[in-house]
Design a protein around this ligand. Structure first.
Ligand SMILES: Cc1cc2nc3c(=O)[nH]c(=O)nc-3n(C[C@H](O)[C@H](O)[C@H](O)COP(=O)(O)O)c2cc1C
Length: 358
């Protein structure tokens, strides 16, 4: 089996354990660096508790665990869509151990989900896109996006928190410049590069062994992937020895990606508590699934949204440029456009995500 199909192969709808069945779709959600930071406990025949996997954090790139919480929102959205498809209503209780505010007790669940058989439950057609959705890092083609596409996409995603989509030339160019500048700042820090390299899979063997992270394949088979591969001779050792050169390549590649966007979208929330972050993740996943249905490709750029000190000024400038008021937080920024699909990033086996109750 090709490593890229790990986790994405056909699921058995007849699987009698709805918890495991819905879980097998939930883990296809996007996550920062494909860390897959989710772990569940089966608390009853129709109940799961979802936790953050403490072994799968990115302290340098995601110091406040905001991205982790966003990816938990995407996981919950997939889980809910899958439960609905198989005729179950998912009742979600966020942070059942108590209101987390901005703090986060990693020992307590992010969510408790109760499933209830319900013939009247709505089957959302976005479910059908879960196995096709992907992050696409190719340079996008030069096709434009119509106003109609923009409104269809926003309507399908604008469920938990507002999403804005802009195709205007000047705005795209300005945002692309912010994104490139942010990547320059991102790669100026050795810890962040090292953390990203640790999740970069240089070859099929690494991908098959770890079944997480992302690699050359997700940049497509064209120029970007080939340049990266040639430059580093597809070797982890060479990349680790030449980190500054790797950083320069990352900036060059980001420029090509960012300037090829047909549109930009962002998701913001009024506050920035853990519930807001979960809502943003649910909204982001819906945007991805709808875009997939419409034949559109998506890639987030998170560097400019980062919480680390070096990024604060640029992040504030971007917030002002976009016109988001002080208390509001940009949770996701992503490009939309047209590109051929790339191979999926692998997922670990479903059973790896299930922890026995202590
Ligand atoms: C909160 C969040 C932030 C992300 N930021 C980036 C990013 O800055 N650049 C990028 O190329 N992908 C980003 N991604 C996409 C992940 O790398 C991707 O979801 C992961 O590698 C799994 O691949 P898949 O989405 O194709 O399934 C982000 C995903 C999430 C959920």
């Amino acid at each position: 089996m090709n490593h890229a199909t790990h986790g994405w192969e056909r699921h058995d709808p007849a699987d009698s354990d709805i918890r495991k069945n819905a879980l097998s779709y939930a883990i296809l959600a996007p996550s920062p660096h494909n860390t897959q930071p989710w772990i569940v406990e089966f608390d009853g025949p129709l109940r799961i508790s979802l936790f953050i996997d403490q072994e799968r954090l990115l302290p340098a790139c995601d110091p406040e665990l905001r991205r982790v919480c966003v990816s938990h929102g995407s996981f919950i959205e997939n889980f809910t869509l899958a439960a609905g498809y198989f005729g179950y209503r998912a009742d979600i209780d966020l942070f059942p151990g108590g209101w987390p505010g901005n703090a986060l007790d990693l020992e307590k669940p992010v969510a408790r989900i109760d499933l209830e058989k319900d013939v009247a439950v709505e089957k959302d057609t976005l479910f059908e896109q879960i196995q096709k959705r992907e992050t696409n890092r190719r340079v996008f083609r030069k096709n434009s996006i119509t106003d109609h596409q923009v409104s269809v996409l926003s309507e399908a995603s604008d469920v938990f928190t507002p999403i804005s989509i802009v195709a205007d030339n000047d705005v795209r160019e300005t945002l692309a410049n912010y994104i490139v500048k942010a990547m320059e700042i991102e790669v100026s820090n050795q810890d962040r590069i090292t953390e990203t390299l640790a999740r970069f899979r240089f070859n099929d063997q690494e991908a098959a062994l770890f079944r997480d992270g992302f690699g050359f394949a997700q940049f497509g088979s064209g120029g970007i992937s080939r340049r990266l591969a040639e430059h580093f001779a597809i070797s982890r050792e060479k990349a680790e020895q030449d980190i500054s050169s790797l950083g320069r390549e990352a900036v060059k590649l980001t420029r090509k990606q960012a300037f090829s966007a047909a549109a930009y979208a962002w998701i913001s929330t009024k506050g920035n508590n853990r519930m807001d972050q979960i809502k943003a993740g649910r909204c982001y996943e819906r945007a991805c699934l709808k875009a997939t249905e419409m034949g559109l490709a998506i890639q987030p750029f998170s560097q400019v949204l980062s919480e680390h000190q070096d990024m604060i000024d640029l992040r504030e400038q971007l917030r002002e440029y976009i016109g988001i008021s002080g208390g509001h937080t940009l949770q996701m920024l992503f490009r939309i456009g047209y590109a051929d699909p790339v191979p999926h990033t692998p997922r670990r086996p479903v059973d790896d995500f299930v922890r026995k109750r202590a």
